[in-house]
Design a protein around this ligand. Structure first.
Ligand code: DON
Length: 319
């Protein structure tokens, strides 16, 4: 029968129903081979394109994992959401709003033109320019101190210690000329504090942290749960900061495709070039998905389709 017709209710359907729907989404999309694995970071090009995992975690900590839901991959751009939350928590929304912004660029995630069009303003924390400028704001007197704050926060969102994939980190470090150019350009506009090389290195490392679809669902559920990790019980950021973070995801989480994503999925989300996707349903929970084949904007094809199907089935649309 058609399981994708659930009407929105105040909360998620019962546990067994959610379990069946997650399985259905996985099964339905398993044979979908559209898109291509990212190749601009050499190590990512070697990813197994067949991998496919989905996880749902609700605000009570209940979890549903299907397929390759605990397979590790690098978090990439999805890290931007959680580093933004850390910095907004530490420095306040006004400073981050003024320095980084919250509006969509309408251009690709690694656009240099977007900077030039906006007097060097990065526009939002989800594009590379804004993310690099956000990472520069992580508190700490040294790069080591900043890194330790950054990984502690990311790990608290996931509820477990997250480690770096050294191979991806090395591979991306050897090929990230574009991000280094973006950092230099930001600095030329006096919009980046600190050493651009050091900041891009921190940013590259944050992108190389290993997570699974299950971890993404826990991290997203923490934003859905007012900043409280529903599994560990830890208050990671304030309720206000989680609300702001989800609002920024709505405007820019899927870059220039954020509008289409909101129409299709109906809840804010974030994607990464290794194939991860997270969708956050405030007050309800989050979906984490992983599938390495991407569309032209750098978003997981199967991840987006599975999330859209599940969002409909679970009645998550917030509009
Ligand atoms: O900076 C980069 O290009 C990568 N570390 C992350 C880009 C990314 O995940 C874009 N997302 N879809």
């Amino acid at each position: 029968g058609d399981v994708a017709q659930q009407v929105s209710t105040g909360s998620l359907p019962g546990w067994e129903r959610v379990d069946a729907l997650v399985r259905d989404a996985h099964e339905h999309l398993l044979a979908d081979r559209d898109g291509a694995v990212a190749d601009y970071i050499p190590t990512l090009a070697a990813a197994d394109p067949e991998l496919f995992g989905i996880a749902v975690v609700d605000v009570t900590g209940g979890a549903h994992d299907v397929g390759d839901a605990v397979t590790a991959f690098t978090i990439q751009s999805i890290s931007k959401a959680f580093v933004y939350a850390l910095v907004a928590q530490e420095l306040g929304r006004d400073l981050v709003g003024e320095r980084i912004g919250v509006n969509n660029t309408g251009l690709a995630f690694n656009s240099v033109v977007a900077l030039e069009l906006n007097d060097g303003h990065p526009m939002n924390p989800m594009v590379n320019a804004g993310a690099i400028a956000t990472t520069a704001l992580v508190p700490g007197a040294t790069a080591a101190e900043k890194w330790s704050r950054l990984t502690a926060a990311m790990s608290a969102f996931a509820g477990r210690h997250l480690a770096v994939d050294q191979e991806v980190y090395a591979s991306e470090s050897a090929t990230n000329d574009r991000n280094r150019a973006i950092a230099r350009l930001l600095r030329s506009y006096d919009r980046l504090d600190g050493d651009p090389e050091e900041i891009v290195d921190l940013y590259t490392r944050q992108c190389s942290l290993l997570v699974s679809a299950h971890d993404l669902a826990v991290m997203g559920a923490t934003l859905a749960d007012g900043g409280v990790n529903p599994v560990s019980g830890e208050q990671v950021v304030s309720d206000a900061v989680s609300r702001d973070t989800v609002a920024v995801l709505a405007s820019s989480g899927l870059y220039e495709h954020s509008g289409e994503w909101l129409l299709e999925v109906g809840v804010p989300g974030k994607s990464g070039v290794s194939g991860g996707v997270v969708a956050v349903a405030p007050g309800k929970g989050a979906i984490g998905a992983f599938s390495p084949r991407l569309d032209k904007a750098g978003n997981s094809v199967r991840g987006q389709r599975a999330t859209a199907r599940l969002s409909r089935a679970l009645g998550l649309n917030i509009f």
